[in-house]
Write a protein of this length. Sequence first.
Length: 302
Amino acid sequence: MDAEPDLAALRALTMIAEHGSISAASHHLGLSQQALSLRVRALESHLHVRLLARSPRGSHLTPSGELVVGWARAVLSAAEDFTQALTSLHNSRDNTLSIMASLTIAEHLLPEWIARWRGQLGDDGTVAKLTAANSTTVIAAVNEGTVDLGFIETPTIPADLGSVTVGHDTIEVVTSTSHPWAQTKTISSEKLAHTPLVLRESGSGTRRALEMALERAGSPLTAEPAAVIPTTLGVRSSIMANTAPGALSSLAIAEDAQSGRLARIHVRGLNTQRPLTAIWAGERPTPTGATFLASITQASQK
């Protein structure tokens, strides 16, 4: 064979198998019986095998024809999936890519990711709509299908959602520069676990990552929080005001630590690295979501 079989001919043969005759198949496809017969003969010539047994009483599939129909169904199904994906990709150009992300990712990473992606797309009308929330809320929104993509900071990933790691981050313990820890620079995990801290709310990926890191270190967090604040900026400001030490993403405190507004504290035996993860419902993201994730992946590989 010097070329791939014609999809229209494969569809014609499949319709004959499904409808039982050339007459019924031609009616279903909106073709004349002669046109349908010509397609099948062309396919037989191409494959060098007899597919239909013809007689004055009608036509029926040969054993080889039955085999080809079985294979053709898989090919036609894949072709239909491909066509639908292309249609979805075309239609999505006028749609909004809805994203919900945990606060650290929303504030420190997604603006750059979105700008790069938009630059790659050009002026095609696609709009990225970003909502910030804690990781628990993001997971719920993705499960409910209210957003196309979610980005979370929790160390554990929901098994029932599609996911890909898009980066890593570290939780850092920081204090105001006037706090006693700012002089010692190092504490034990036990001391941290028994100290009231400024923390994000329950459901926050940052808080959960700290709790899990302390549990792994054998020093579960037991102290009641000094303050619970639902935003990264609020936690940061409260720590600067010397309310208490606190824990935030390294992304969130980098500039303040470098400028001397906050003091980094080393906690012995504590590993607070965590994955940053994109999640979606179903086996694969939407076509627009897939292009967005591809843009992130390409940038990280450079």
